[in-house]
Write a protein that binds this ligand. Structure first.
Ligand code: GDP
Ligand code: IMO
Ligand code: MG
Length: 423
């Protein structure tokens, strides 16, 4: 029987998942998102065009691939309508044939976004740095067993269900000062709900298991990254879903025995957007140059991403939790500007001990990275072939492979589909 391969970010998101899913998609019959929602921004580049997807799976530009939005996702119909209209206008694509949406995916309604804003404001200095897309409040309602699901839009009393949930939300919002125009927000929402009724709303767990039975190959596309996972990330500075491999099982209804390859994707350095611990962060000119060279600005919010050197203790942790079988290293071209490259191999804790494990206390304890240095390649590697790889880059890859004990099978040297080296 066919296997479900999983591709997920090992850092704090934005590793380049969109690009690689698009590159790998021709090998797969099905691409499926299993968690997260419009907080994701997955960038694809091909034929001189750049496009950012938020909720639509990144297999959408390959004609033969079926794309599933799984039950573990939180879906904003307003954002989805904008995205679908966007790919129609820009690429002439009609997604009614190859986009399938789980009826069990939770709906993000406009009050979820307002609550996100209210909770963040109330946190003051301790704010998470949420994308404010309503992710946390929607997952809260799911776990609190009062959420609305995509399938509910087909129910004759959907409006009553909606009014019931918004009345609960309004009773919370009255204690916060948030400005909004409810008439406008609810009209926009119901307009988008009518729009998505034209698409395939399915029992995705049956659909995907049937595909597996039929021998189809499936790629599960992660969103965010392992260090933002609700259980294993730098809590409370995390997102509200399980971003790790196990999330693909619960977010799609796929049994663990069906999981095949686990592709773990990471940048040749580290970035983080939003608040929270980041041991190797460079709050200096080097970090500034990395941001500029890597164009490190959020794909969803446009915020500058915090930048720093690669962090092996956290990568080892992510590899362990996910059961990574292959590593994919992105943005090797960005490090070309540095004569020396630093690799954090260990952390030094406040009590003086050194460890390569992720400590429980990441937020309140000062963690000092212990670095080893390697010479940089200092030559433009954008779009080079495997045989053109400079020795210093090869040495960097081999060093990481040895330290992480997993092969690096793909190296990316530019944002375009074609700027990809298979090792
Ligand atoms: P995702 O959320 O994991 O899909 O990643 P994002 O799309 O948010 O951020 C990755 C950014 O890096 C995007 O702007 C990509 O176009 C870009 N990118 C991906 N791979 C490479 C690469 O190898 N080199 C460079 N320079 N940019 C890349
Ligand atoms: P992709 O899929 C990077 C971050 C936010 C914030 C925290 C919680 O593009 O890699 P949320 O909106 O989920 O309540 O925000 O998580 N975050 C991301 N950072 N890439 C993402 O997605 C992210 N999705 C959420 O910045 O710190
Ligand atoms: Mg992103």
């Amino acid at each position: 029987m066919a296997k479900v391969d999983v591709l997920l970010g090992l850092q704090w998101g934005d590793e380049g998942k969109g690009k690689i899913v698009d590159v790998l998609a021709p090998k797969y019959d099905v691409v499926a998102r299993f968690q997260g929602g419009p907080n994701a921004g997955h960038t694809l580049e091909f034929d001189g065009k750049k496009h950012v997807l938020h909720q639509i799976p990144s297999g959408i530009f390959r004609d033969k691939t079926k794309n599933i939005i799984g039950n573990g996702v939180v879906l904003d119909p307003i954002v989805l309508k904008k995205e679908i209209d966007g790919v129609h206008e820009k690429f002439g694509l009609d997604l009614r044939h190859n986009l399938f949406i789980s009826k069990k995916a939770q709906l993000i309604i406009p009050t979820h976004r307002l609550l996100d804003q209210a909770y963040e404001t109330a946190k003051g200095e301790n704010k998470i740095g949420s994308t404010l897309k309503g992710i946390g409040p929607t997952y809260q309602d799911k776990i609190g067993r009062q959420g609305l699901r995509v399938g509910d839009i087909l129910s004759p009393n959907f409006k009553d269900k909606f009014n019931h949930l918004t009345s609960i939300h309004f009773s919370i919002l009255k204690d916060h000062t948030i400005q909004y125009n409810w008439e406008e927000l609810s009209t926009q929402f119901f307009h988008a709900v009518e729009f998505i009724k034209q698409f395939n709303l399915i029992e995705s767990e049956y659909f995907i298991n049937q595909e597996i039975q039929n021998g189809s190959s499936v790629l599960a596309e992660g969103a965010q990254g392992s260090l933002l996972d609700i259980d294993f990330g730098s809590y409370p500075f995390v997102t509200s879903s399980n971003t790790v491999t196990a999330g693909a099982c619960t977010g799609l209804g796929v049994a663990p025995k069906h999981i095949g390859e686990v592709y773990g994707i990471f940048k040749a350095y580290s970035t983080r957007v939003g608040s929270g611990p980041f041991p190797t962060e460079l709050v200096n000119d080097e970090g500034e140059r990395m941001r500029k060279e890597g164009n490190e600005f959020g794909s969803t919010t446009g915020r500058p991403r915090r930048c720093g050197w690669i962090d092996l203790p956290s990568l080892k942790y992510s590899i362990m939790i996910n059961g990574v079988t292959q590593l994919l290293m992105m943005k090797a071209d960005v490090l070309s500007i540095f004569p020396t490259i630093k690799i954090c191999t260990h952390y030094q804790l406040e009590n003086g001990t050194t460890t390569d494990a992720l400590p429980y206390e990441l937020v309140n304890e000062k963690i000092t990275p212990v670095y080893t240095e390697m010479p940089g390649w200092q030559t433009d590697v954008k779009g080079i072939s495997k045989s053109e790889m400079p020795e210093a880059l090869q040495n960097y890859i081999v060093f990481l492979e040895k330290a992480l004990n997993v092969p690096i099978t793909i190296v990316s040297t530019g944002p375009d589909r074609t700027q990809t080296i298979y090792r």
